[in-house]
Design a protein around this ligand. Structure first.
Ligand code: 1OR
Length: 300
């Protein structure tokens, strides 16, 4: 949990000036590409974005098995991956003797465009995991603690808080770890619709997935004269077109005022892999209701 104190601006930074590390045009180019794929950067206004770009420092990781972060250490930098893969290890408290080489269990691997090291900086907590280079190493961009807290954290933190309660209530996501839901929160965007507006239109290409935050919505299909499905808070839709690269199979229409949490294609692919099986199972139920003729094909 977060103490109020950990959210106060750092006391030592009252006359703080953001660091400026000059970059070659090539570096700037690569850096922009690396952060373009990272959701934590997507909400920054132009000024904040350029402050952060100036403050980032390139860090080359020349080989496999180099420890970038050690679980239990104090947090100093936040990292964005430009190249290479990085493995995350966690050992449960007490299982590690001081000086031991054991890193615990591998819980995740993060690749280009991904980031790590934000937790210790956000919560003023010890590092929650050990991060080690995989493959042949890679290339990171490091952001110092104060610039992270001053510029990047505010929006990321608010979003994680804002969506935390809602995402806990979404049945589809209940098997995920809290940290995996936090990463989904980073990538979500709330969109509002008025009564009768189309959230999704049948036949169009699909570029997003939706969770229904509030209100309700109805699915219609051309050639079927009654609604084919109803959605309420915590339900999801828009997965079919993304899973199978097909046009939208139905229209989803807002019933009254509706708020949806929208997840773009990249975030969908990157973050919802673990629940793809669940979505496909739900899809079969959905298809049964959508079109009785396809039952033979989909019900096993
Ligand atoms: P940090 O500052 O604590 C280690 O330094 C970083 O590893 C951490 O921030 C996260 O950015 C990153 N649980 C905790 N930290 C994780 C996890 C994770 N994955 C990456 N990091 N879990 C894996 C979720 C797939 C939860 C495991 C129970």
């Amino acid at each position: 949990s977060v103490s109020a104190e950990s959210m106060q601006p750092d006391a030592e930074s009252s006359n703080w000036k953001p660091p400026k590390h000059s970059k070659t045009p090539d570096q700037l180019d690569r850096l922009k590409k690396a952060v373009a794929a990272n959701f934590l950067f997507s909400q920054l206004d132009e000024d904040s974005f350029s402050t952060v770009l100036d403050a980032l420092v390139e860090k080359s990781i020349p080989a496999q098995n180099i420890k970038v972060i050690s679980q239990g250490d104090e947090g100093d930098y936040f990292y964005v991956i430009e190249q290479g893969e990085f493995d995350i290890y966690i050992h449960s408290s007490g299982s590690l003797q001081p000086g031991s080489e054991g890193m615990g269990n591998k819980v995740a691997t993060i690749g280009p465009g991904g980031s790590f090291g934000e937790l210790a900086l956000m919560y003023n907590a010890p590092r929650a995991a050990t991060v080690v280079s995989a493959g042949k190493g890679g290339l990171l961009w490091a952001l110092d603690r104060i610039t992270f807290r001053r510029i990047l954290m505010t929006s990321a933190f608010e979003k994680r808080k804002m969506y935390e309660g809602f995402l806990e209530d979404v049945p589809l996501l209940s098997s995920l770890k809290p940290y995996e839901r936090a990463k989904i929160a980073d990538a979500l965007e709330t969109v509002k619709f008025g009564d009768g507006e189309n959230i999704i239109t049948e036949g169009e290409p699909g570029d997003a997935f939706y969770l229904l935050e509030s209100g309700s919505a109805t699915a219609y299909k051309q050639n079927i004269d009654h609604p084919v499905k109803e959605y309420t808070r915590g339900d999801f839709f828009g997965e079919l077109a993304l899973l199978d690269d097909k046009p939208r199979a139905a229209s989803i229409v807002a019933k009254g005022a509706v708020k949806v949490a929208k997840l773009g294609r990249d975030g969908f692919k990157r973050l919802l892999g673990p629940v793809e099986g669940l979505m496909r199972r739900e899809e079969y139920e959905g298809v049964e209701q959508l079109d009785p003729l396809s039952q033979q094909k989909t019900v096993t």
